[in-house]
Design a protein around this ligand. Structure first.
Ligand SMILES: [Zn+2]
Length: 190
């Protein structure tokens, strides 16, 4: 039997730790910190946006809202520039909620698509790494984040890059558009 979340809460709520963030070069914040109080578990999770395709804006979005589209995949940018040089989301055109729900042929194609998008983002230049992430706690329609981490800024390495995306000032609009265009160009050729 797994530990219930009520048991986890009782065990953890009064024993939260502050990791040694002052020694982490990649931690984006400075100053006195304390862990936020852990709230008790809820009876059930709130449904995600677009659950069961109902009101799913990703299904409803026309192709021209995406940076690039193919027969079974679409790649979209955020609505506005953020701090990292490229942030794109890869989605299957069809609505699936979890990676394990993809039929085998689409799951296999996903591997090819992640590799193609990673390669295309890296081709923009001055990219240290392309982080490929899936959380899925916001909207149900599957989407994989691809985030370009700027090269030669060692503080930005690792998973805090997703936080640095909000800490760094947004890219100038023209640069943001040029970077997206530079990703799309090799995708169109392949
Ligand atoms: Zn959908």
């Amino acid at each position: 039997m797994p530990e219930t979340r009520e048991e986890l809460y009782v065990r953890a709520a009064a024993a939260l730790r502050l990791p040694p963030v002052e020694t982490w070069e990649t931690f984006p914040f400075d100053g006195d910190l304390r862990p936020r109080a852990l709230l008790p578990p809820v009876a059930r999770e709130e449904p995600r946006a677009g659950v069961g395709r109902v009101g799913c804006w990703q299904c409803a979005a026309p192709d021209d809202e995406f940076a690039w589209t193919a027969e079974r995949w679409r790649l979209r940018a955020l609505d506005e520039p953020s701090g990292l040089p490229v942030v794109l989301l890869l989605e299957p055109r069809a609505h699936f909620g979890e990676p394990g729900e993809l039929p085998d042929d689409l799951a296999a194609e996903l591997g090819l698509m992640i590799a193609r998008v990673e390669r295309a983002i890296r081709s923009v230049g001055e990219v240290g790494r392309v982080h490929v992430c899936r959380w899925g706690d916001g909207g149900e329609h599957l989407h994989w984040w691809s985030m370009a981490r700027p090269a030669r800024l060692p503080q930005l390495i690792g998973s805090f890059a997703a936080i640095w995306d909000d800490v760094l000032p947004p890219l100038p609009e023209a640069l943001w558009r040029a970077n997206i265009a530079a990703v799309v160009e090799p995708l169109d050729r392949s």
